[in-house]
Design a protein around this ligand. Structure first.
Ligand code: FAD
Length: 669
């Protein structure tokens, strides 16, 4: 890696030149760096806004799942079968599904080797269990913090190798050569957040042949979110640079606590907590679910089932299914302007006598489960203590005492199946740019639980392999690099300089951001209407077009949040556009969202017309929506196309033939 300094607009700016920059230190970014180094490409560095930031490092769940090929017992499994499972989720490319499956065992055993504590039996079998959308027992877990362990162990590998980490650098722009045919990425603009008050506002350039972009999901778009607060995402600048998005409509949402962000799945629901809502100030408390259910048994069953049917799923709405709970929670919050809580201290009154639940009104499934767990007694908190004490301790450790207080909840964004488009080597349409991990739109409509973590490892390795074989060349000569990048850098500097004119005034950046987040949770989350999208897009465009005029900041240290907010606005614009197109083309409710259909049915009486819906019949499962932003003329044009997905390839795996190609370096192409 070489370092030089250039002067642009009177600012001295450091430029680092190297073969590959990896953006992000989640499970994907760290593995990309480690893999590149192992493969022999050592002219690399990692740039991250914070080594301890991001989803992988800061999230978890009851039993955080890692999906892999079956490697234990007598359950038959194969690469092809696993690929078929992934592909059957709908709208996913088959060659990507095959790569995810092919490299699953390799990726998993690497994690085992570096010390992630996945459990095995005394003969060394890495046993598994069944997760959602999983016909086998392919899931495993290292406990509630699987992804955290992954980042910790991968970080050790990266540090042992002495790979340079630019920690505290926020990437604010992706540089390109501007070539309309075969446009490629040429580097990055970042700000060193320790130097925001310095002479050049922390501006730093990276001149690199390749970028592995492991910036995580676009978490910062939503107000109600169970992504960790330290994860904002950086998809907006990738769209700005010309990277296409795919399946942006497909995200996952579910009920989570919002003061401390945590999925309320599993035992939190199975113990039948009391759902209550209040007005904004905490008054007028009521058990709102009872207004909607036919009888208390059905209400309790729906709550119970939410435990293992955690993500909102429109197929589980009818007949008082578990996903009706998400709709009713959303209805209280968004339509009635109330707040919703889980109370573990008391039982719901409807279905109880003298404060004790009448368990005999439960369905067989719920009753047997609770009976076998020996919890047919007491209050929700007593049942939780008996079934899963760590679930209580987790909240205590985060300052919430479930014995004494209510837990505020919402239906939260949790994962993006879609994202930036990549091919089966994870390279974007923007050449030399490799989105990996959650920022890559690997998946389609449904995916098995835990496959996101498998994907962080597979995609990052595939990108590293491709770069090592095909893109070894040195970065551009510095003069040429500056010639190509100057205007793009000046545009970013201008944003900073424009906004800096307000320095000293009372900041409004979080007010602007907050308004945007509320918009996305209202229009672009699990309940969607065409009209809502159209309004959301118009509001978003307004915010983008007036951005630098309306933002006020106290000092330069707020510039990173200015750039993050801008990124969120651009991401929202593109995502809402994709949702609008899907609905306009006749797309209906599927995955983890409900689309208003005026010819559909209401989930239950008494709900607003916004919830009238019909289920998708698989009409778009063999196609994927691709989206491309063109803002070169400042007009925020978005092109959308709906293309057939590629099937799972059927390869001629005759050993001699593959070996021959392999020896002649014809594989990684
Ligand atoms: C509550 C919850 C539970 C989950 N449970 C599961 C599960 O059980 N199984 C499963 O498979 N998946 C699960 N997921 C999803 C999974 O955790 C994520 O998809 C995965 O961890 C993402 O890893 P990543 O490396 O792609 O991104 P992240 O871990 O989010 O890392 C992104 C990195 O990029 C950095 N970054 C971002 N923007 C910039 C920028 N502009 N400049 C510099 N750096 C930047 C961040 O700081 C961070 O270091 C869960 C997610 C949540 C929220």
């Amino acid at each position: 890696m070489d370092k030089s300094t250039v002067n642009i607009k009177g600012y001295d700016i450091d430029v680092y030149s190297l073969n590959t920059v990896i953006v992000g230190t989640g499970a994907a970014g760290l593995n990309a760096a480690d893999s590149l180094y192992n493969l022999g490409q050592t002219d690399i560095a990692i740039v991250t806004e914070g080594i301890n930031m991001g989803t992988s490092r800061n999230t978890g769940s009851d039993k955080q799942t890692y999906y892999k090929l079956t490697v234990s017992g007598d359950t038959p499994d194969s690469v092809k079968e696993m690929a078929d499972t992934l592909f059957s989720g709908g709208s996913m490319h088959g060659d990507i599904a095959l790569a995810e499956a092919s490299l699953s065992a390799k990726s998993f055993y690497k994690l085992v080797d570096i010390g992630v504590p996945f459990p095995h039996n005394k003969y060394g079998e890495y046993i598994g269990y069944k997760t959602d959308h999983d016909p086998r027992n392919r899931a495993t877990s290292a406990g509630p913090l699987t992804s955290k362990f992954m980042t910790e162990k991968l970080e050790v590998q990266v540090k042992n190798k002495g790979i340079k980490i630019f920690d505290g650098y926020l990437v604010i722009g992706i540089l390109t050569d501007g070539d309309s045919e075969g446009k490629r990425s040429t580097g990055l603009i970042a700000v060193n957040m320790d130097e925001m008050n310095g002479k050049n506002m922390g501006f730093t350039l990276f001149n690199c042949t390749n970028i592995i972009y492991a910036a995580g999901g676009p978490a910062g778009m939503y107000k109600t979110s169970v992504y960790p607060e330290s994860q904002t995402g950086a998809s907006g600048i990738a769209f700005e640079a010309g990277a296409k998005g795919i399946n942006l409509t497909e995200s996952q949402y579910g009920i989570a606590s919002i003061k401390f962000r945590w999925n309320l799945s599993g035992t939190y629901q199975q113990v039948l907590p009391r759902y209550v809502s209040t007005d904004k100030d905490g008054n007028d408390e009521k058990e709102f679910l009872e207004e909607y259910f036919e009888n208390p048994g059905k209400m309790l069953d729906a709550i119970f089932l939410k435990g293992y049917q955690w993500p909102f799923d429109p197929r589980k709405v009818d007949g008082f299914g578990s996903s009706i709970i998400d709709i009713l929670v959303f209805n209280e919050i968004q339509n009635k302007g109330r707040r919703v809580y889980l109370d573990f201290m008391q039982n719901l009154s409807w279905g109880s006598k003298d404060g004790e639940i009448d368990f005999s009104i439960l369905s067989g499934e719920a009753y047997v489960y609770l009976k076998n767990s020996k919890v047919l007694f007491g209050k929700p908190i007593d049942r939780l203590a008996k079934m899963n004490q760590p679930a209580i301790d987790l909240y205590t450790g985060n300052g919430i005492d479930l014995y004494k207080e209510y837990l505020e909840i919402a239906v939260c964004a949790q994962h993006n199946n879609g994202g930036l488009m990549g091919n089966s080597w994870w390279e974007s349409n923007l050449r030399n740019f490799f989105p990996v991990g959650e920022v890559n739109g690997t998946f389609g409509v449904y995916r098995p639980g835990g496959s996101a973590l498998n994907s962080t490892q597979v995609g990052s390795f595939r990108a590293a392999q491709y770069i090592k074989h095909n893109y070894k060349r040195e970065p551009e000569n510095i003069d040429r690099f500056i010639e190509v990048s100057k205007k793009q850098l000046e545009d970013k500097l201008d944003i900073a300089l424009d906004v800096m004119q307000s320095a000293g005034e009372e900041s409004n950046i979080f007010e602007i951001r907050n308004r945007a987040l509320e918009r996305m949770s209202r229009y672009g989350a699990h309940i969607r209407t065409l009209q809502g999208c159209i309004e959301g897009i118009a509001e978003c465009a307004g915010d983008i077009n007036t951005f630098t005029d309306s933002v006020k900041i106290g000092s330069a240290s707020e510039l990173p949040d200015v750039f993050r907010t801008y990124d969120i606005l651009v991401s929202q614009y593109v995502y809402l556009y994709a949702i609008k197109e899907y609905i306009e083309k006749g797309g209906r409710s599927r995955g983890s969202y409900l689309v208003r259909d005026e010819n559909g049915r209401l989930p239950m009486e008494g709900l607003s017309e916004d919830f009238r819906f019909s289920l998708d019949d698989g009409a778009f499962s063999d196609r994927a929506f691709e989206v491309e932003l063109d803002n070169s003329k400042g007009t925020l044009d978005v092109k959308v196309s709906c293309n057939n997905v590629r099937p799972v390839p059927v390869e001629d795996n005759w050993f001699e033939n593959v070996w021959n190609d392999y020896r002649n370096d014809k594989i990684v192409k």
